[in-house]
Ligand binder design. Structure first.
Ligand code: NAD
Length: 345
């Protein structure tokens, strides 16, 4: 299949790209290379035949239209987004532009291309076309001590980030309902694994620990997140793309709820084991509780029974601590990657 994958120079998009290329798909990447996207995530894969890189912004409807036509795209997969909640609190404007207006421009480009598909195989091509939109469980708001999010729940986003993702999800839903564009939306919990930009919790803690800096933990550290390995998420997105039903949404989770403090303590314990500090003190002595994030959601958890039942989704990382150890090892082995992505551009 011919894929147009936006945001593939980022964390999850680049994991999905690896999966699609293993499946022998042809992929055109459309990425703006913001601070969070980097050629270091994809350059070994770009060969200008099966994997083509195009630098551009998803708000540029004409560019997307020309890529869809030129490469006769079967599947458009949208990972491109501003993705960091903290940034959305102090600078929400970029989130509205990329996440809402960008998704709108992609939908309009796809609608025009899809409507104009002609020729003897047009009916098949139109039926097979997919617009897959990657979203987050944060659109559902926050949970108390019990319960889990699922596809039937109403949207209650609380942060500018989750509100912008919710807005984009609603556009995708409407473009299916109104124009019959074959869209699929996925909503996933917190991802971890290689190549996550060192602003999110896990890579921040690893890089700060190694750099002898404080490990900042919001509030009392008891907020709970569900963690899924990025390769399991990429697998889920691929299943939703190839087997999902147009108009449907699918939730993916990791079945690994942990408090933020538990995650940080686990990272410290792994580092104490494989790269002990020179003074033999635990890295946990670097933990510092800081003022809580504004509007900090309390708990996220996902019930992904629908994806298991309808797509045959299954995780390969069953034990969060096993995946976390492999992730810490990846960051230890890839100091050059950390320097590259953090270098001023
Ligand atoms: P990321 O920040 O690592 O990567 C985002 C990518 O999008 C980067 O390569 C960036 O350059 C690109 N991009 C940003 N704005 C763009 C624009 N206007 N035009 C073109 N490209 C642009 O993000 P991620 O963590 O890989 O998340 C990918 C998607 O998955 C996002 O839509 C996010 O909302 C969603 N998601 C993330 C998580 C998570 O835990 N990280 C969980 C669930 C869903």
């Amino acid at each position: 299949m011919n894929l147009l994958v936006t945001g593939a120079a980022g964390f999850i998009g680049s994991a999905f790209l690896r999966k699609a290329l293993r499946k022998k798909d042809k992929v055109v990447i459309l990425d703006k290379l913001t601070y969070a996207g980097h050629m270091a995530n994809v350059e070994e894969l770009v060969d200008n035949s099966n994997c083509i890189f195009v630098k551009g912004c998803i708000t540029d409807q004409k560019l997307t239209e020309s890529l869809l036509k030129e490469h006769q795209i079967d599947y458009l997969v949208n990972f491109a987004a501003e993705s960091h909640v903290d940034n959305s609190i102090h600078s929400p404007g970029e989130f509205i532009k990329t996440n809402i207006l960008g998704t709108f421009a992609l939908l309009e480009a796809a609608r025009g291309y899809w409507n104009q598909l002609t020729g003897p195989e047009a009916v098949i091509k139109k039926n097979n076309f997919r617009f897959l939109h990657v979203s987050t469980d944060e659109v559902y708001g926050t949970l108390g001590e019990t319960g889990k999010f699922n596809e039937e729940l109403p949207y209650r986003p609380n942060s500018p980030y989750s509100a912008s993702k919710a807005g984009s999800d609603h556009l995708v839903r409407a473009w299916h309902h109104t124009y019959k564009l074959p869209t699929v939306t996925t909503n996933c919990s917190n991802n971890y694994g290689p190549r996550q930009y060192p602003e999110k919790l896990i890579p921040t803690m690893i890089t700060n620990a190694l750099g002898g800096k404080h490990l900042p933990v919001y509030g009392n550290g008891k907020n709970i997140r569900d963690w899924i390995h990025v390769e399991d998420h990429a697998h889920g997105v691929y299943l939703a793309l190839t087997q999902g039903v147009p108009g449907e949404t699918y939730c993916f989770g990791g079945n690994s709820e942990r408090t933020n403090l538990e995650v940080v303590n686990s990272i410290c314990a792994i580092l104490d084991d494989i790269k002990p500090r020179a003074d033999r003190q635990s890295y946990s002595s670097q933990i510092k509780f800081v003022e809580d994030r504004a509007g900090h959601d309390w708990r996220y958890a996902i019930d992904d029974t629908k994806a298991q039942r309808e797509l045959g989704f299954a995780r390969t990382y069953h034990q969060f601590e096993v995946g976390l150890r492999a992730t810490v090892e990846w960051y230890l082995a890839n100091g050059e990657w950390i320097q590259k992505v953090k270098a001023p551009r």
